[in-house]
Design a protein around this ligand. Structure first.
Ligand SMILES: [Fe+2]
Length: 392
């Protein structure tokens, strides 16, 4: 055989081997990050570049190597059968409150599902050797104070978000994304590129992240997938949680204009959505867990106290009677792209603070007061602190 023929044959074999490897390989392309954190559970979210069966393993923060022992495994199997897909949302349960856990995610590529069998390729996993695995800390309801940071209206400016998150104080309990992180939900790839990759990187350090949907997250062909990326304890885009002395109610204020607006292309039904949500909120504020919390804070992307949008007026109609009787001390909003403060008034009897789109709020609450500080993307203070008395 001629030398050139031998080379050609060798190249063909190598190409075939590479093709077989590519065919079986799988990559974690976004995440992981932590959502829906509670005192005894957390949901880990990530995506892969091809369908897979996935699981999460967790380990205590005791200095041991992750690979030292077999770790508990958690799967996404709501019907008992393990899910197969390219977005993975795995709830880890049975955890201790106020406790740090390390985690590792695995995705085993599904090559083919026949009538009876499943055929697998390789398995991708996050690294644990010679590095610190990502971690989270379950919520601590017993703390005397809670500290958190708020960013909003990033509108796909990922660099600006990254700069701001670089100045998040070290000791915060969680980060709140208060809506309009994107202009439009066009695709998974753009959703991550425009802000969520930055948030996922931040989350690996162990800081919890909660999210309130803004009106721009309701727009675009990918918008119905919102809960895939931000699963909640209620299965809805509105939910609540307790951290330290504060009970947080995260509302979804919906779209800003009337449902009939031409911009919504006959896809909006937010008046009915807000009415259903009001019934849910009424149940929350009537619960024993809510009533016994010393501090109550409401989150709403669109300010309920604003006078100049259909959404605000509809929020007032549906929510004002519930908000006013509930004992909230503060409403945190966004949407206006300018620092705006609405003192309590006859319609909404709770102070409503809307953060600008160029500042991050750092907030500390204890049983007596809520202190709000403001910094810019360089971490410099932009204005005097605001202090709110806690409603007794
Ligand atoms: Fe908005």
């Amino acid at each position: 055989m001629k030398l050139s023929a031998i080379f050609t044959f060798a190249f063909a074999l190598a190409a075939l081997a590479q093709a077989q490897t590519d065919f079986k390989s799988i990559k974690i392309d976004h995440g992981p990050y932590v959502q829906s954190l509670g005192p005894d559970s957390a949901t880990i979210v990530w995506t892969t570049d091809s369908p897979a069966v996935s699981w999460v393993e967790i380990a205590p923060d005791d200095g041991s190597s992750f690979e030292e022992v077999d770790r508990p495994k958690f799967y996404e199997a709501p019907t008992g059968k393990k899910n197969c897909g390219s977005i993975h949302r795995i709830k880890v349960c049975g955890l201790k409150p106020a406790t740090v856990y390390h985690y590792r995610v695995f995705s085993k590529k599904v090559l083919k599902e026949s009538a009876e069998e499943t055929y697998y390729g390789y398995t991708a996993a996050t690294r644990v050797f010679n590095c610190t695995p990502p971690k989270f800390k379950t919520l601590d309801c017993g703390k005397e104070s809670v500290t958190f940071s708020v960013v909003n209206d990033v509108h796909e400016k990922a660099d600006r978000l990254k700069s701001m998150l670089g100045h998040v104080p070290k000791n915060i309990d969680f980060l709140l994304l208060n809506g309009d992180m994107v202009n439009n939900m066009r695709s998974r790839a753009e959703f991550f590129r425009s802000f969520l990759d930055v948030v996922a990187d931040f989350s690996k350090g162990g800081t919890a992240v909660f999210s309130a949907r803004g009106n721009h997250e309701t727009r675009g062909v990918h918008s119905l997938a919102y809960l895939d990326y931000f699963p909640t304890s209620t299965g809805c885009t509105y939910y609540s949680f307790r951290m330290g002395p504060a009970y947080f109610v995260v509302m979804d204020s919906g779209e800003d204009k009337p449902d009939s607006d031409v911009e919504y292309y006959d896809r909006a039904d937010f008046d009915a959505f807000r009415a259903r949500q009001a019934a849910w909120l009424d149940g929350v504020v009537d619960s024993a867990e809510f009533k016994k919390a010393p501090v109550k804070i409401l989150i709403s992307h669109i300010p309920p106290s604003w006078e100049r949008s259909h959404a605000s007026k509809n929020l007032q109609k549906n929510f004002a009677p519930i908000i006013n009787k509930a004992g909230f001390s503060l409403i945190l909003s966004a949407h206006l792209h300018a620092h705006t403060y609405f003192p309590k008034n006859d319609v909404i009897e709770v102070p409503n603070l809307a953060n600008s789109n160029t500042e991050m709020m750092n907030i500390t609450a204890d049983k007596d007061k809520i202190v709000v500080s403001f910094v810019d993307m360089d971490g410099k203070k932009t204005r005097a602190d605001m202090v709110f008395d806690v409603k007794k």
